[in-house]
Design a protein around this ligand. Structure first.
Ligand code: NAP
Length: 439
C-alpha cells in the first residue's frame, strides 16, 4: 500500500508521537463514483440523494463463550443500502478491519452490481470485526450463530439475503441457515432455506456457486481479449489474494492457457516465471490457510510483486490495494478486479493514463451474486440445476452486462467503471420514476 498520509502535520507544540494515519475513506470513494455516474446520465438529484446513504444500518453486539470459558463481546454489522429492485443482497465479511464505513461502501456497491446484472435484488453487506484465523472451529460456529441470532428477522429470504465474502464460506452459510431455521416456527422452516446463499450443495446450495465469482471474472477477461485481438493462450497473470475468488480465477484461466506467475496473500508473495500449478496451490491454501510454505515459487516482496511484467493482474484480496505507488509499478495490459474496490481513485487515474484497462469490480466480480440468485430460485422452486445450466445462464448474464457496460462507455466516453454504475443507475432510476415517493 502507498505510504499513509498523516492526518495532521506535527507542530512544535505537538508531541513527537507519530500522527495517526488517515483512514482510507472507502464509502466516500464509492459515493464519488455514484456522483460521477449520476452526472453522466443526468440522474434526477432526488434519486442521487436517496442512493447516497443506506436505508438501514444495524450494529449488534453479542457475547460468545470462548473455549477457555471466557466470554467475549463481538461487534457485527448489517447494512441495507437499497431495496427498490428487490430484497437486500450481499456478503458477510469476517475480518479484523471490518468497519461501519467499509461495510456501507460494500453494501452500496452491491446495489449497483445487482442492478447492473438485472437481478431482482437491492444491495446489502455485513461483517463481524474479528480475525477468523484466531478462533477455533467451535468458536467460529458460536460467533456465526450468535451474530445471525442477533440479526433476527431483519434478514430473511424475501427481506435480506447474506452470502459468503472474505473470511466466510459455505460452512459459515450452513450454520447461518440452520440458525435462522431454528428461529422460524416449525411449519415454516423448510421455506426459509433461501435466507442465505453460497451454502454447501448438500444443504441447499447450487453447483457452480463456489467458482462463480472467478468464472464471471474469466468471462470478462475473455470478452476483453476477443475484442482486443489478444490471445489468452500463452499469456501470463499475477494474482493478489488466493482465496475463493483468486484461486478459482487462476484455475479457470489455466484451462485457457494463462499461466499464473506470481501470487500473494497476507502471508507473503511468491514468484514462479514457469507458472504455478493453480490446483496444487489451491489445495495447499485450503489445507494450510495461506500460500506461505508452498514449495513451488521464490519468495518476493510486495514491491517486487507489483513490478512484475504480466498481461493480466487480478487483485482478489481487499479494497485500496492499488494506490499511487502500486499503479506506477504495475506493468500489465489489464486489471481484472476480482476484489471489491481494489484500486484507489488515485491509483485508477494512473493506470488509465498508462493505457491499462480496468475491468471494474461491479461488473468483473458479479458472477458470484448472479449464481447466488440462481441458488435462491432453486430454493424457491425446490429444484437442482446442473452445472451446465448454471454455467450457461451465468455466461449469458455476464455477456449482456458486458455489452451494456462497454456500449455505455463508448457512447458517453467514460471509463468502464463509471459506465457500469451508469447502467445500474438507469435501471434504478426507472423504478423510482414509476413508483414515485411514498406517501
Ligand atoms: P477469501 O476467500 O477470504 O480470500 C481473500 C484473500 O485475500 C486471501 O487469499 C487473503 O489472504 C487475501 N488477503 C487478505 N488480506 C490481504 C492483504 N492485506 N494483502 C494481501 N492479501 C490479502 O475471500 P474472497 O471471497 O475470495 O474475497 C476476495 C475479494 O473478492 C473481496 O474483496 C470480496 O469482497 C470480493 N468478492 C468476493 C465474492 C465471493 O463470491 N466470495 C464475490 C464478489 C466479490 P489470507 O487468507 O492470507 O489473509
Amino acid at each position: 500500500m502507498s505510504e499513509p498520509t498523516p492526518a495532521t502535520a506535527p507542530t512544535a507544540t505537538h508531541s513527537m508521537k507519530a500522527p495517526a494515519p488517515a483512514k482510507y475513506d472507502f464509502f466516500g470513494v464509492v459515493q464519488g463514483y455514484l456522483d460521477e455516474a449520476a452526472k453522466l446520465i443526468n440522474l434526477p438529484e432526488y434519486i442521487r440523494v436517496i442512493l447516497s446513504q443506506p436505508k438501514n444500518e444495524f450494529i449488534v453486539h453479542f457475547p460468545v463463550k470462548m473455549d477457555n470459558g471466557d466470554v467475549r463481546l463481538f461487534k457485527g454489522y448489517r447494512i441495507q443500502h437499497n431495496n427498490v429492485l428487490g430484497p437486500y443482497k450481499g456478503g458477510i465479511r469476517y475480518h479484523q478491519d471490518v468497519s461501519l464505513d467499509d461495510v456501507k461502501a460494500l453494501a452500496a456497491m452491491m446495489t449497483w452490481k445487482c442492478a447492473l446484472m438485472n437481478l431482482p435484488y437491492g444491495g446489502g453487506k455485513g461483517g463481524v470485526k474479528f480475525d477468523p484465523r484466531s478462533v477455533s472451529r467451535g468458536e467460529l460456529q458460536r460467533i456465526t450463530r450468535r451474530f445471525f441470532h442477533g440479526l433476527g428477522d431483519n434478514i430473511g429470504p424475501e427481506t435480506d439475503i447474506p452470502a459468503p465474502d472474505v473470511g466466510t464460506n459455505g460452512q459459515t452459510m450452513a450454520w447461518a441457515m440452520d440458525t435462522y431455521m431454528n428461529m422460524t416456527g416449525q411449519k415454516g422452516r423448510q421455506a426459509v432455506k433461501g435466507v442465505v446463499t453460497g451454502k454447501p450443495v448438500a444443504s441447499g446450495g447450487t453447483i457452480g456457486r463456489e467458482k462463480a465469482t472467478g468464472q464471471g471474472l474469466v468471462h470478462c477477461i475473455t470478452y476483453w481479449a476477443n475484442e482486443n485481438d489478444f490471445n489468452l493462450e500463452g499469456s501470463t497473470m499475477t494474482v493478489q489474494g488466493f482465496g475463493n475468488v483468486g484461486s478459482h480465477t487462476s484455475v479457470i484461466l489455466s484451462k485457457l492457457g494463462v499461466s499464473t506467475i506470481a501470487v500473494g496473500d497476507h502471508s507473503g508473495y511468491l514468484y514462479n516465471p514457469e507458472g504455478f500449478n493453480p490446483h496444487k496451490l489451491q489445495e495447499h491454501v485450503k489445507k494450510t490457510g495461506a500460500i506461505a510454505g508452498y514449495s513451488g515459487g521464490k519468495a518476493i516482496s510486495r514491491e517486487e510483486f507489483f513490478k512484475i511484467k504480466t498481461d493480466i493482474f487480478a487483485p482478489c484480496a481487499l479494497e485500496n490495494q492499488i494506490g499511487v505507488d502500486e499503479a506506477r509499478s504495475l506493468n500489465c495490459r489489464i486489471v481484472g478486479e476480482g476484489a471489491n474496490g481494489p484500486c484507489s481513485p488515485e491509483g485508477e487515474k494512473i493506470l488509465l493514463e498508462k493505457g491499462i484497462t480496468i475491468l471494474p469490480d461491479v461488473l468483473a466480480n458479479a458472477g458470484g451474486v448472479t449464481v447466488s440468485y440462481f441458488e435462491w430460485i432453486q430454493n424457491k422452486r425446490s429444484e437442482s440445476w446442473s452445472l451446465d445450466e448454471v454455467d450457461e445462464r451465468l455466461e449469458k448474464a455476464m455477456r449482456r452486462a458486458w455489452k451494456e457496460t462497454t456500449e455505455m462507455a463508448r457512447s458517453k466516453k467514460s471509463s468502464l467503471r463509471i459506465a457500469a454504475y451508469a447502467v445500474a443507475l438507469h435501471r434504478i432510476a426507472q423504478v423510482y420514476a414509476e413508483r414515485e415517493i411514498f406517501p
